[in-house]
Design a protein around this ligand. Structure first.
Ligand SMILES: Nc1nc2c(ncn2[C@@H]2O[C@H](COP(=O)(O)OP(=O)(O)OP(=O)(O)O)[C@@H](O)[C@H]2O)c(=O)[nH]1
Ligand SMILES: [Mg+2]
Length: 381
């Protein structure tokens, strides 16, 4: 079964969208009136949200899509405002949280919150897992409410269908977040992040990927002069890949290194891991590297870290201009929801995820779908 959620100005338009994409055999699992908001919720419009599915053997059809005139798609698409300032996103989130809390209070005062006793155990287990995850509680509540309402309208809904619906909901959380499929487009690839998250190892994996798989000529720059062993670590990888390496202690060194390596396709820049909860270290880094250059800067975060620390680190690095995240050590944790929450919150995707110490093998070029799939695997366990 294919399940999808549609938002439109009215029911008729929603039906047309469903029919256009899923065809005449689509069934409506759930529909509700919603408010679509723009500019941090200041301008809101009424609309409808429809969850539709198509299956070879459809179950309990509630609404069958009838033939209808299909208006041009451009008339039906809504533009989505995308924020680029994490603090603003946090404020938006906290505002939404407050509204959500108020709604919850109102609802509990006016409604009997008892759930249908026939609700399958599977649903409750899924809800518990979602609540325990790093996804924000208001989003989890919204998602589970949608799943519950859908189940109420179709009590024969299978566990598989519920999971499919959850996958659709999670994908929707990442709507508008782009995952860069062409990370070596810019000349300089710089990895930044806290201590020991795997920056140098991942840089070597990326360099091998660019050189061996994508046929790029590569070189290295390291600004990690803080630890003596750090330079040797990167030199080892550079020797294996037969690539030049420059060590930079200052902005002048960096300038000179760029001239020396100017003939190469891609230059991979390693930086020192410091306690970046201290903003001075970020400023120090900015003093050596010119992040405004033709550079894609990746913030490397370990999935074994605490969600609250990941947020603080991202806030600290925001001023350098983070292109995409790289999430490391997926193999060392069973809880991966943090990556979805961080990407959702900052509206930045992850180009890569790493899942082991082996260079160059343990590197996964990442997509939105793979991120949601990883979370589904956690939920399905
Ligand atoms: N399990 C696992 N270990 C990893 C992964 N990526 C890196 N590591 C290991 O993490 C440790 C630290 O890796 P480094 O690449 O030195 O980390 P770093 O961020 O450069 O560290 P500093 O430069 O000291 O800040 C090493 O033992 C790596 O082998 C991964 O995806 N999974
Ligand atoms: Mg390092």
């Amino acid at each position: 079964m294919k399940v999808k959620k549609y938002k439109a100005e009215n029911m008729q338009q929603a039906m047309q969208l469903v029919r256009l994409e899923l065809g005449d055999d689509a069934v409506i699992l759930n529909s509700k009136a919603v408010k679509t908001s723009k500019f941090f919720g200041l301008l809101s419009k009424k609309g409808v949200e429809v969850i539709a599915a198509v299956d070879e053997e459809p179950f309990n059809q509630t609404v069958k899509i009838k033939n209808a005139h299909i208006p041009p798609l451009k008339d039906l698409q809504h533009s989505k405002e995308k924020s680029v300032i994490p603090k603003a996103l946090e404020e938006q989130d906290s505002l939404l949280n407050s509204i959500h809390e108020m709604k919850k209070m109102m609802k509990s005062l006016t409604q009997d919150k008892q759930r249908d006793p026939l609700l399958p155990d599977f649903f409750t287990r899924l809800e518990e897992k979602m609540i325990q995850s790093d996804i924000s509680s208001d989003r989890v509540e919204e998602i589970m409410e949608t799943l519950y309402e859908t189940w109420l309208q179709n009590k024969t809904l299978t566990n598989t269908s519920l999971l499919e619906l959850l996958e659709v909901e999670l994908l929707q959380l990442l709507e508008g977040v782009s995952f860069d499929q062409n990370p070596y487009e810019k000349k300089y690839i710089c990895l930044v992040g806290p201590t020991g998250v795997g920056k140098t190892t991942t840089l070597a994996k990326l360099a091998a990927d660019a050189s061996l798989k994508n046929g790029k000529s590569i070189g290295f720059i390291t600004t990690d002069t803080y630890r003596i062993a750090a330079i040797e670590q990167l030199k080892t990888y550079a020797n294996i890949l037969d690539a030049p390496i420059e060590v930079c202690y200052s902005a002048e060194d960096f300038h000179a290194a760029k001239t020396k390596l100017s003939h190469l396709d891609v230059v991979f820049i390693d930086t020192a891991g410091r306690n970046f909860l201290n903003k001075n270290f970020v400023d120090e880094l900015k003093g050596v590297l010119n992040f405004k250059e033709e550079m894609n800067t990746f913030l490397v975060l370990s999935l074994t870290s605490k969600m609250s620390d990941m947020k603080k680190i991202t806030d600290q690095f925001w001023s350098v201009g983070i292109h995409q995240f790289i999430f490391t050590k997926k193999d060392e944790t069973t809880s991966v929801c943090a990556m979805l929450e961080i990407s959702r919150l900052y509206q930045i995707g992850a180009s890569f995820v790493t899942d082991g110490q082996d260079v160059p093998e343990n590197l996964i070029p990442f997509t939105k779908e793979l991120m949601v799939r990883s979370i589904m695997e956690e939920m399905e366990e």
